[in-house]
Design a protein around this ligand. Structure first.
Ligand code: GDP
Ligand code: MG
Length: 375
């Protein structure tokens, strides 16, 4: 039971009313724009757009059409900042570029902001008259990618590929391109070191074109920005381009749910015990939350941001250092907040057991091989 007007359905689906009429027409149903659709008919249209229609049982008179994106109601989704990784060949200027972006932005931003190494940091960028945030991961690009991709975690929305203008495409450049492509992460190219006398940006563009990345100005669809990390030249353009790509990617999350995400870095601190930087990918993480990271239990005691400030909550795309873990998780492990502390503990224990089991099996298997080859 229940029904929905064509206008309501169009609004919920974000398409024109005429589109709905057209779709139904091709299914052999002639409807007029003022007509009301029953739920099975509305579902037929919605399904074509990959959307599930749910009706609320409690109020059949006012049927609510819920548009789901993945497992989230579209109404709960909000824009989130892009998470960016810098990749490229050794010595092409990844570290220098990251530092340069951080320095310019911290200088403009909060006074006395002493950055703290937590493996990620946030910068504010003016874009279209608004201040928007970009999150950079500063774990070495390749390691982050390989480790996290092996675990099936996708943590990066955009990759900046740094190519030195005086050195061109090199083996790790090629490797970075294939990693990003495999993960379906869009690439923005920073042609670096344009201040150098031997810089040949056009040669870089040609070499990248040969590798399947064609610059926009040559009719391709890859954004390439010439920069000098040392002289802090053109960094604003690079950041704007990142926001442009982010807009196209349409990045959303639901801040009003328990957090989940990925461990970016983790280590055992002599004085503070196990610490980990967690990237929140959906929901909001709060002090006092109970979570499981990989097989590690954690009751969040404190959270620290990239400026060394204590924070109470971290929303989507934010990375914070977390205290309160009972062991050190692995970078690339996924984490999830549990409503029940008891359930969190038993989940962590179960996973730890499974890990011990599989390690044991590996040891046994390698033993067997050795014994076989001896006999
Ligand atoms: P990474 O290995 O990719 O992290 O490269 P680094 O950031 O460590 O830079 C390697 C070398 O290139 C260092 O000596 C930097 O000072 C230098 N470098 C980086 N960016 C620039 C640039 O824009 N211009 C010039 N002239 N040198 C740069
Ligand atoms: Mg470096």
């Amino acid at each position: 039971t229940g029904s929905v007007t064509i206008r309501e359905l169009a609004t919920a689906l974000g398409i024109a009313e005429t589109e709905i009429i057209k779709k139904l027409f091709f299914k052999g149903m002639a409807v007029s724009i003022t007509q009301t659709l029953d739920i099975p008919t509305a579902s037929l249209v919605a399904e074509e757009l990959g959307v599930t229609v749910q009706t609320t049982e409690e109020a059949p008179a006012a049927t609510k059409v819920t548009v789901m994106v993945g497992e989230e109601d579209i109404e709960n989704l909000q824009r989130r900042p892009p998470v960016v990784t810098i990749m490229g060949h050794v010595d092409h200027g990844k570290t220098t570029l990251l530092d340069a972006i951080r320095e310019t932005k911290v200088a403009q931003g909060e006074a006395g902001g002493i950055t703290q190494h937590i493996g990620a940091y946030h910068v504010d960028v003016d874009h279209d008259g608004q201040t928007q945030q970009v999150v950079f991961l500063d774990t070495p690009g390749h390691e982050a990618f390989t480790a996290m991709r092996a675990r099936g975690a996708r943590v990066t929305d955009i990759a900046i590929l740094v190519v030195a203008a005086d050195d061109g495409v090199q083996p790790q450049t090629v490797e970075a391109i294939s990693h990003a492509k495999a993960a379906e992460v869009p690439i923005v190219v920073a042609i670096n070191k344009i201040d150098k006398p031997g810089a040949q940006p056009d040669r870089v563009k040609q070499e990248l074109t040969d590798r399947g990345l064609q610059p926009e100005e040559w009719g391709g669809d890859t954004i390439m920005v010439p920069v000098s990390a040392i002289q802090k030249e053109n960094l604003d353009t690079l950041l704007e381009m990142i926001l442009l790509v982010a807009e196209v990617e349409d990045l959303h999350a639901n801040p009003d749910r328990p957090a989940r995400g990925t461990v970016i870095e983790a280590n055992l601190d002599k004085t503070r015990g196990p610490v980990a930087t967690l990237l929140v990918q959906n929901g909001t993480l709060r002090v006092g939350d109970t979570l499981v990271a990989g097989s590690v239990f954690c009751k969040v005691r404190a959270m620290i941001d990239d400026r060394g400030a204590r924070v109470e909550a971290a929303g989507p795309s934010f990375a914070v250092e977390v205290l309160g873990l009972n062991e050190v998780p692995a970078a690339g492990d996924e984490f999830e907040v549990f409503e029940s502390e008891k359930e969190a503990r038993s989940t962590a224990n179960k996973r730890a057991d499974e890990q011990r089991q599989s390690r044991l099996q590996q040891v046994m298997a390698s033993r067997r091989v050795t014994l076989n080859s001896l006999s």
